[in-house]
Design a protein around this ligand. Structure first.
Ligand code: GDP
Length: 534
């Protein structure tokens, strides 16, 4: 694939991607090193520092300050080889939430970062599952090669076995840890030399490449090491499938790079790989007047959808910022856009998120993300367009893994509680389920942090003292099937039935085992663990 020239339409040079990884695999470090290598930031340490500045500068939620983490997902923009990359940042903390998942619905591809000593870890597995909802292409970086690593063949096999992805190495590592010499570029057959960093290593330096056959390599590597490099490259070529762009774009095959984000090694090669391989904005499925069709990124009408709402950016104003992924058209500041529900808003001060700072955007295109300040008009899953006729689907809710019963200190405030929980559920902070029997409010979340955020906001914004106590359920499933089938099931499981905020029937299960058991008993019913917002 060649990079589009300056004359190509602006949207065609957008590359919007997210990084997925298990905590500690090196996502933050990679983000930083990538921005550094692309010249978007000048000093290492700024990605973390950015979070700290932001916390002191503005009045972010107390919980962010107390726990020292960033609950929000933002976007960083950088240029490389004439392309404009939008890196959609997902929360970096161990706790995670539906925001992480939903951010992936706004990305056109993902980089999967694996720890070379660990391979595929549980969180990676889950995030890849989410990528599968839209079959977005995944590029793999095997990180921390400067430490003792698993055998590369085993790492590729692990990807194949656990993720059912064909792993195709673009490079082959020579050693790891103390013995790490670099990687053989399997296209050019050169060794990209790993220079052991001195005290002041330079993460921006271009990497040195040496021909495997030339004389220079003999000065730096022993005969045994050169042989290892050659043999490794040969094995890789023999054992692994060849890279098939179509299969990659359809999400079945992943090109694999090796590196050390901390040492800045392999990051430039990864960036070049991204520029060569990852796709621009994809056409998005949409409904117009009930008809399913697609929005093309080059379509004239401006359209997009809200994948995240960040509230309380400033506690004094009840402002919210809706993160909108643009899907078509050329957006200009001051434009009027409508939701599919008929709400109109003038987008007078949209925010584009640059690595250095936030900037007011004058123009934006398909693939871009903009922050739209509003007073609660916009909800997660809302579609925006000039005509107000477009409805994007596919902003999912995920089966909660934590269910809690909300209990009020003052039972007379039940009405207020209902309003508070409903409004937070509409915003996508947590999910809300009302059991068919009894007057309980059950809130659901994918990560524990979501519950903390909810408690904090119910207190700060609604003045309600609420405890979230253990509920006798472990997970929930949305029921699919004919009305009769659902009624029959509901009749037999009255005490476990609830409705979600949109009135859909939900089965609150005591365990995952109970879900499987019920599925066996009611083979025709579908127990959805993801629900797309209607
Ligand atoms: P995240 O949780 O995925 O964002 O991971 P971080 O980027 O915060 O990295 C977790 C830890 O691994 C930190 O102590 C990093 O310094 C370290 N780390 C990240 N990349 C590398 C690497 O390439 N080599 C080594 N040796 N350590 C790394």
């Amino acid at each position: 694939m060649t990079s589009p020239t300056i004359d190509a339409p602006e949207w065609a040079r957008r590359r919007s991607f997210a990084i997925i990884s298990h905590p500690d695999a090196g996502k933050t470090t990679l983000t930083e090193t990538m921005l550094l290598a692309a010249g978007a930031i000048r000093m290492a340490g700024q990605v973390r520092a950015r979070g700290e500045n932001r916390r002191t500068r503005s009045d972010w939620m107390k919980i962010e300050q107390e726990r020292g983490i960033s609950v929000s997902a933002s976007v960083m923009t950088f240029e490389h080889r004439g392309l404009l990359f939008n890196l959609l940042d997902t929360p970096g903390h161990e706790d995670f939430s539906e925001d992480t998942y939903r951010t992936l619905t706004a990305a056109d591809s993902a980089i999967m970062v694996l720890d070379a000593a660990k391979g595929v870890e549980p969180r990676t597995l889950k995030l890849v599952e989410v990528c599968r909802l839209r079959d977005i292409p995944i590029v793999t970086l095997i990180n921390k090669m400067d430490r003792e690593a698993l055998d590369p063949v085993d790492l590729l096999q692990d990807i194949q076995d656990k993720l059912a992805l064909d792993a195709v190495p673009m490079q082959w590592p020579v050693g790891s840890g103390q013995r790490f010499k670099g990687v053989v570029d399997l296209v050019s057959d050169e060794l990209v030399l790993y220079q052991r960093p001195g005290v002041e290593h330079d993460r921006e330096a271009a990497s040195e490449r040496l021909s495997l056959e030339g004389p220079e390599i003999r000065e730096l590597l022993s005969d045994a090491e050169i042989e290892e490099a050659r043999d490794g490259a040969e094995v890789a070529r023999e054992l692994c499938p060849t890279f098939n762009p179509q299969s990659f774009l359809e999400g079945h095959m992943t090109p694999v790079f090796f590196g050390s984000a901390l040492r800045g090694f392999g990051v430039r090669e990864l960036l070049d790989g991204l520029a060569d391989k990852i796709p621009g904005p994809a056409p998005m499925p949409v409904q117009i007047n009930g008809q399913s069709t697609q929005v093309e990124p080059g379509d004239k009408e401006v359209s997009g959808f809200v994948f995240k709402v960040q509230a309380n950016m400033d506690a004094n104003h009840r402002d919210r910022v809706a993160f909108v992924r643009l899907c078509s058209g050329k957006f200009r500041r001051g434009m009027k856009l409508k939701t599919e529900g008929g709400k109109q808003l003038t987008v007078s001060s949209p925010i584009l998120f640059f690595a250095q700072d936030r900037e007011i955007a004058d123009e934006a295109f398909a693939g871009d993300v903009m922050g739209v300040p509003n007073h609660g008009t916009l909800r997660v899953g809302d579609s925006l367009s000039e005509s107000g006729k477009l409805r994007f689907s596919g902003i999912p809710n995920f089966a909660p893994e934590i269910l809690r019963r909300a209990r009020l200190a003052d039972p007379l405030k039940a009405k207020h509680l209902k309003k508070a929980l409903e409004s937070l559920a509409e915003e996508g902070v947590t999910q809300l389920f009302r059991p068919v029997l009894g007057g309980d409010f059950i809130v659901g979340a994918v990560g524990a942090l979501q519950i903390d955020v909810m408690r904090e906001r119910v207190a700060a914004e609604y003045g309600l003292e609420v405890t979230f106590e253990a509920a006798p359920y472990e997970t929930a499933r949305w029921l699919g099937g004919t009305e009769e089938q659902i009624d029959l099931f509901a009749d037999r499981h009255k005490s476990a039935m609830a409705v979600d905020i949109d009135g859909n029937p939900v089965f609150l299960a005591k365990s995952n085992w109970e879900v499987s058991y019920s599925q066996e008993k009611f083979p025709e019913l579908i127990f959805h663990h993801v629900r797309e917002r209607a």
